[in-house]
Design a protein around this ligand. Structure first.
Ligand SMILES: NC(=O)c1ccc[n+]([C@@H]2O[C@H](COP(=O)([O-])OP(=O)(O)OC[C@H]3O[C@@H](n4cnc5c(N)ncnc54)[C@H](O)[C@@H]3O)[C@@H](O)[C@H]2O)c1
Length: 284
């Protein structure tokens, strides 16, 4: 595939607007689609804010900011994705919804276009089965916040072609990221390793091995982690961590992935971390 000129991004939320921002900054035209004008406008504002911060830090000139914003178009109609060389789905994490969205994208995608998903937990092979051209479908798992995080996991489904994996990896490099190709397996690489570690920290905390602050301090000083596991669980969302552990437990059928009982209690209590003001720590 020749270098893509136009990227379609479905979903203007946290991940979608981040992906749209890095693609526009890298010189590509971007169509960012969401369910209504309000959400598209909110995504656009987030991008404008992100670019403005880069200008303030003198990492970007005002002219470059304006040019990037000029390459960005909003849409609510799937027909607008017809020109896209690559369509990246970054909508809400819901399997039935993603299948519906991907079918709509597949119906308007031009010949040879690649369709990708940013899903964190749904099988790429399973999603591909809903599409007419599974060889052209791939996982492109960006990390949050997209403009800052250097990694993209390129996830190969059972039917993804080598050419699609190569094109997806090239796109990741073009937006300044380092691609790592991984097989389609729950959690891919990063969440497969990270979430059980966070779950273990919750178990240790529940057993009273140390205070939350001391567990976090120990991992920061003893392992050089930039943030402790419990503070990170609060940042990711206690509910999100529980959901990931439940997927691992169900899919691998291995008791080592059993979610910490305290995670369930905290979710039931509404202690979801930063977003609810209370998790392992209290936020004001
Ligand atoms: N947030 C993270 O840290 C993170 C990291 C990596 C991957 N992901 C994945 O990225 C995806 C998006 O997550 P997010 O955090 O950006 O969610 P979000 O809730 O911030 O944004 C999702 C957006 O999708 C839109 N949407 C819903 N239905 C749609 C439809 N039919 N057509 C178009 N848009 C639609 C919503 O209106 C919303 O704006 C999920 O699959 C998630 O698992 C998230």
């Amino acid at each position: 595939m020749t270098a893509p000129q136009t990227i379609g991004v479905i979903g203007a939320g946290t991940m979608g607007n981040g992906i749209a921002q890095v693609c526009a900054l890298a010189g590509m035209s971007v169509v960012m689609l969401d369910v209504d004008e309000k959400r598209v406008a909110r995504g656009r504002e987030a991008i404008a804010g992100g670019l403005e911060r880069l200008v303030m830090k003198t990492k970007l000139s005002a002219a470059e900011r304006d040019a990037a914003l000029g390459r960005l178009r909003g849409a609510t109609d799937y027909g607008a994705l017809g020109d896209a060389d690559v369509i990246i789905e970054a909508a809400t994490e819901d399997e039935a919804l993603k299948i519906k969205i991907l079918r709509q994208a597949d119906a308007v995608a031009k010949e040879g276009a690649i369709v990708a998903t940013n899903t964190s937990s749904i099988s790429i092979t399973k999603l591909a089965a809903a599409l007419g051209r599974p060889a052209d479908f791939v996982g492109l798992h960006f990390f949050n916040p997209v403009p800052l995080m250097a990694l993209v996991e390129v996830v190969r489904g059972r039917q993804t072609s080598d050419a699609t994996v190569e094109a997806a990896s090239a796109l990741a490099r073009r937006v300044g990221k380092t691609p790592v190709v991984v097989k389609d397996s729950p959690g891919f690489v990063v969440n497969r390793l990270l979430c059980p570690m966070l779950n273990e920290a919750v178990l240790a905390y529940g057993e009273g091995i140390a205070s939350a602050r001391d567990i976090d301090e120990a991992m920061k000083l003893g392992c050089n982690h930039p943030i402790g596991p419990l503070a990170l669980a609060d940042l990711i969302g206690v509910d999100v961590l529980l959901a990931v552990m439940e997927v691992f437990h169900r899919e691998f059928k291995d008791p080592k992935y059993r979610p910490a009982p305290l995670l369930k209690e905290m979710v039931a209590e509404g202690r979801l971390g930063r977003k609810s003001g209370r998790g392992f720590y209290t936020y004001t």
